[in-house]
Design a protein around this ligand. Structure first.
Ligand code: AMP
Ligand code: ZN
Length: 493
């Protein structure tokens, strides 16, 4: 009997079995990044745990339809308020020093989306079936606003179209922000518009004919509110009711609360049957966040400090997702030792086998108990502490063997393959190849360094200085030496 997959559900505040509407088919939506800069590894704590859900479901033999979006419009800076104010994060990034190298906000979005995908691959995350962009689903969003207006749950004012939270009785059921006082606290920085019926009402559409990304709508030029995109994209790819919805803990309120209000009003059905929220990755007891300046990016840890990307994956999984995790370089160093040990055990097995261990189909082995216990632990609300301990136990066992007969090598490879499918900590052929490839950012930097060298050769020192300044603005420092020019990324924290 396979174990029952149980997860904490934010809505019911209990650990309960993850049930699927269609037996054996998980429809899963995880809110993706806003591509205004490089994601930090706090963001990836959320995605690595979402990845684990996918892997556990697959290990149980389920089919998984996994959708994780790209937010490329509408996410404003004061996003802890339901009806956020402030600037669009994308527009602000373009206006910043770093944004100077992009011709348009579209180019900036593309650049950081590409960077995000590189990081995603290097962390050995399973590719979602669909990775939709908010800007490519404008039609669905406009139709949804029209439908909500016709239901009498949304109304137009001079600044936009707002969702009336009083029209949705269940508003607050996920976060527990139900009483008027709670909501007042939660919405302290809302958009000031005297025409709003209730200050807690949040924007579905913002009128703005000066915005860098704007669309024509029945309410004039403007752009959608951030919450709307996920309601529309989840429905487009996964149907009216999804099995599981995930994100970081900050999304419980307002983002997911607002998604529920919109989606359940539109369909009259339950939006998601299970809600998973990943606790923050912290630095010195504080949330790792761009705004706090206390963050690490994967490229800094890997390209500048030389860590193995899968050590970062390991470190992000070492504490179960429901507990806060304090990130330190010391923990990362320990994680790297574990990952190295696993890699070298895998290499020895592959050598004895005469081909990469991935090429062996997973199958029963004499170590099934260790694997089964790891899977059981993950089915128990993703208990990664136990699962990783079992993984290390298996690696230790393999390391003890001095030599392998061909049959033993096949059995060891099967075990590694099963653990790799479940935890993704050794790295497949895909990951090792891609890890060796320069990132798109690195390629751009190398190209600039070559151009600078050419300019110097041609005695065009103004051009050479301009290139150095351009790199400097992007956080890259150059160090010239007799053997050539090296670059380092300035630490961002
Ligand atoms: P954003 O790019 O800000 O939209 O965030 C992308 C995802 O990362 C969301 O699910 C956030 O909740 C999550 N997130 C942001 N900061 C952290 C953190 N420090 N630890 C874990 N998850 C985070
Ligand atoms: Zn979302």
């Amino acid at each position: 009997m396979p174990p029952t997959f149980k997860l904490y559900d934010t809505m019911t505040r209990t650990v309960k079995p993850l049930e699927t509407v269609e037996p054996g088919h998980l429809r899963f939506y995880c809110c993706g990044p806003t591509v205004y800069s490089h994601a930090h590894i706090g963001n990836f704590r959320t995605f690595v745990n979402a990845d684990l859900v996918v892997r556990v479901a697959q290990a149980l033999g389920w089919r998984v339809t996994y959708v994780s979006n790209i937010t490329d419009v509408g996410h404003l800076t004061q996003d802890d308020a339901a009806d956020a104010g402030g600037e669009d994060k994308m527009a602000r990034a373009l206006a910043s020093k770093d944004g100077e190298r992009f011709n348009s906000v579209w180019e900036l979005a593309e650049h950081y989306e590409q960077g995000f995908r590189n990081d995603w691959n290097r962390l050995n995350l399973r590719e979602p079936e669909v990775r939709p962009r908010a800007t490519q689903h404008m039609r669905e969003q406009i139709l949804a606003v029209e439908e909500l207006i016709s239901q009498g749950r949304a109304y137009e004012t001079p600044t936009g179209v707002y969702f009336s939270v009083d029209s949705f009785e269940d508003y607050g059921k996920l976060s527990g922000n139900r009483s008027r006082d709670d909501l007042k606290v939660a919405v302290r920085e809302v958009v000031q518009d005297d025409n709003k019926r209730n200050p807690a009402d949040f924007a579905l559409w913002k009128k703005d004919d000066k915005h860098l990304m704007q669309w024509h709508s029945p309410w004039g030029w403007g752009f959608p509110g951030w919450h709307l995109e996920c309601s529309c994209m989840a429905r487009a790819y996964l149907g009216d009711t999804i099995d599981l919805h995930a994100g970081g803990e900050d999304l419980v309120f307002p983002h997911h609360e607002c998604e529920i209000a919109q989606s359940e009003s539109l369909t009259g059905k339950s939006f998601s049957n299970h809600w998973m929220h990943v606790r923050f990755l912290q630095v010195d007891g504080e949330k790792m966040a761009k705004s706090a300046g206390n963050f690490y990016t994967l490229r800094e840890l890997v390209d500048v400090r030389g860590f193995d990307p899968l050590a970062v994956r390991y470190a992000l999984l070492a504490t179960p997702y429901g507990k806060p995790l304090n990130f330190t370089l010391t923990n990362l160093e320990a994680a790297e030792r574990h990952v190295r040990r696993a890699r070298s055990a895998a290499q020895r097995v592959s050598e004895a086998l005469g081909k990469p261990f991935h090429q062996v189909e997973p199958g029963p082995t004499r170590w099934d108990r260790v694997y089964d216990e790891a899977l059981e632990a993950l089915c128990d609300d993703l208990n990664t502490s136990v699962a990783l301990a079992r993984f290390l136990e298996a690696i230790k066992d393999l390391t003890k063997e001095e030599s392998w007969t061909p049959e033993e090598a096949v059995e060891a490879a099967r075990l590694l393959r099963r653990f790799e499918d479940l935890l993704g900590l050794i790295g497949g052929e895909r990951t090792s190849e891609e890890a060796a490839e320069p990132t798109e950012d690195a390629a751009w930097i190398e190209q600039k360094i070559n151009e600078r060298a050419e300019a110097k050769k041609a005695k065009n020192f103004a051009r050479a200085d301009a290139i150095r300044a351009e790199l400097d603005a992007a956080g890259i420092e150059l160090r010239d030496s007799p053997s050539g020019t090296e670059w380092v990324r300035r630490p961002q924290a």
